[in-house]
Design a protein around this ligand. Structure first.
Ligand SMILES: Nc1ncnc2c1ncn2[C@@H]1O[C@H](COP(=O)(O)OP(=O)(O)OP(=O)(O)O)[C@@H](O)[C@H]1O
Length: 272
């Protein structure tokens, strides 16, 4: 049974609903009427060959890109209707394919930036140092400490991010995203650049984090071993179109997906 399911009878109300989303860059159709749902608590893998549209979809979910048609709903609310500055507090956290850390800030400071994105108190309360502000700051510091422990960053907490190995920087970025207390976590190629041992650890870490923080996860990943063993369901894209959706066992047998990865002639159609 899928995590977050209800005894296999009916699926719960989706946390994320993607409906007929289309994005064009000039003549290139990066996403072509893509639709799928992600249920609360689910780990959904988004797969497809290079240029399939996976990052474009992530960028639409973070409102970095606007979709031309269709609708994206998070917890029942249309994302397009929200001003961009409200996104940070909405409950969608993400990591980036090429890392987006503040390089000169320490590990602790990077993670703390994520925590302050969720600040609920206003500037006047901060100026007056009201008890609510002190309480909030204590809670944020405790969350940063917890994330430093969970992601095994204690020994490097005072080290500038730029001085750390790539795999450690990825854990810092993950911690910063979690500090925002997301309900939906978007992971863009978390296994990229990691060695075999680190990929194994990453799989267990993502599971642990899902349980600990009641997360729903959307995962873009080229590492098929990881995405197949971790995901409750998969959505496969090719040339911007959804070509398959289902459990890993169902999707891995899909002829169109196999052809897309092997580059069969049938898939060589232009997308313009
Ligand atoms: N900002 C942009 N301007 C123009 N074209 C873009 C832009 N972003 C993406 N594209 C194009 O849209 C298509 C989908 O790209 P996207 O990066 O979403 O694919 P992807 O599945 O994430 O690929 P990869 O696995 O290589 O990261 C590609 O043809 C890409 O060149």
């Amino acid at each position: 049974m899928k995590h977050g399911g209800s005894g296999g009878r009916s699926r719960p109300t989706p946390l994320l609903e993607v409906r007929d989303v289309t994005v064009r860059f000039g003549g290139v159709v990066a996403l072509d009427a893509v639709s799928f749902d992600v249920a609360p608590g689910e780990i959904c893998g988004l797969i497809g060959p290079n240029g399939a549209g996976k990052t474009t979809l992530f960028n639409c979910l973070s409102r970095l890109y606007a979709h031309h048609t269709g609708e994206i709903r998070f917890d029942g609310r249309a994302l397009g209707a929200l001003p961009q500055h409200r996104m940070a507090g909405l409950g969608i956290g993400r990591t980036f394919q090429n890392l987006a850390l503040f390089r000169t800030l320490t590990v602790r400071q990077n993670i703390a930036v994520g925590a302050t994105c969720r600040r609920g108190t206003g500037w006047l309360a901060h100026t007056l140092r009201l008890p609510s502000v002190l309480r909030e700051e204590a809670e944020q510091a405790a969350r940063v400490d917890e994330l430093i422990e969970l992601l095994q960053l204690r020994d490097v907490a005072s080290v500038p991010a730029s001085e750390l190995p790539f795999g450690t920087q990825k854990r810092v970025e993950l911690a910063r995203a979690l500090a925002m207390q997301p309900r939906l976590l978007l992971l863009d190629e978390p296994a990229c650049g990691l060695n075999h041992h680190e990929v194994g650890e990453l799989g267990s870490l993502i599971r642990t984090l899902r349980e600990r923080f009641a997360l729903t996860v959307l995962l873009v990943e080229h590492h098929m071993g990881l995405v197949m063993q971790l995901s409750d369901k998969l959505v496969a894209l090719n040339f911007g179109r959804k070509i398959a959706e289902g459990t890993p066992a169902e999707v891995r047998r899909d002829p169109e997906l196999i052809a897309a990865y092997l580059g069969a002639p049938a898939q060589a159609e232009a997308r313009t």
